[in-house]
Design a protein around this ligand. Structure first.
Ligand code: ZN
Length: 271
């Protein structure tokens, strides 16, 4: 009997095709495969293949808490339709509530709801709406990590290039309340054109994740993206090799998962 040639595993193939971590500038060898957006965002952790990236262990693991917070928030709207879906949301919320300080941060006292007055009208028309505060430090940190990591993943996908350490990323996110209030960056979304989702044969997750992208220059030094997660929130992302194009203090750089983080301020409802 001849020795059967062992088939290359999926993880081995990704690491062969992407030998360097895309999240820290492209010089650290890939040790793991990172799915981004992470599987926890999707119903039953089930998502089509298509956005898997070579990642060093540190960049892979450094977003664990952020991924949990975002997976939880991505279920805010609409409500899960199946018993399994509702059980999954409950599990996510319970896990997120184990993050120290999280509960105090996101569940507002009634007397703090004054800041939301501006949205009262639109909020009263939303189905089964529960207010959660999204402007605290744990949530801001989670969104910065998640959106910046997703920006690097989308930049690699759309340009075929790894953003170098000297590059910069800028992110902004939009709650569903902002969307219902007409505050999305409409001109930019139009510029991006039609959105897409992950798709594998007949399996697609367009009800859970959509993204539209623009690569304005053929060289691919820069890319812009707008992603939405269910009806819960949207994220605007820019990645550029020319850091000077982005406002200082509003941007992070590849490798940010290995350094103290500059948290992007969360958009505040103006009263
Ligand atoms: Zn890395």
């Amino acid at each position: 009997m001849g020795e059967a040639k062992r088939r290359e595993t999926f993880s081995e193939r990704i690491r062969r095709e992407q030998p360097f971590c895309i999240f820290c500038g492209g010089h650290t060898p890939s040790e793991t495969v990172e799915h981004y957006p992470p599987r926890s965002i999707f119903d039953g952790k089930h998502r089509p293949q298509g956005m898997e990236f070579g990642a060093c262990r540190e960049c892979n693991e450094a977003s664990r808490e952020a991924d949990l917070v975002i997976a939880t928030f991505s279920r805010m709207m609409p409500d899960a339709k199946t018993a399994a879906g509702r059980a999954e949301v409950k599990r996510l919320i319970n896990s997120a509530l184990r993050i120290p300080g999280f509960a105090r941060e996101v569940y507002p006292e009634w007397n703090q709801l004054g800041v939301l007055k501006r949205y009262q009208d639109v909020a009263s028309r939303l189905p089964s709406w529960n207010f959660v505060r999204l402007d605290g430090p744990i949530v801001a940190r989670a969104f910065t990590i998640f959106a910046s990591k997703l920006a690097l993943a989308l930049h690699a996908t759309t340009t075929g290039r790894i953003l170098p350490a000297e590059g910069a990323i800028a992110v902004q996110w939009y709650s569903n309340l902002a969307a219902y209030s007409g505050e999305l960056p409409k001109d930019f979304i139009v510029l991006c054109g039609p959105s897409r989702t992950l798709r594998q044969g007949n399996f697609q997750v367009g009800d859970q994740f959509r993204v539209a992208s623009v690569v304005p220059d053929e060289s691919g030094y820069m890319s812009g993206h707008f992603a939405s997660f269910r009806d819960s929130f949207g994220v605007l992302m820019f990645a550029t090799e020319r850091a000077e194009e982005l406002k200082k203090g509003w941007s992070v750089s590849p490798g940010f998962l290995k350094r103290p983080l500059t948290v992007v301020p969360v958009q505040q409802p103006r009263s």
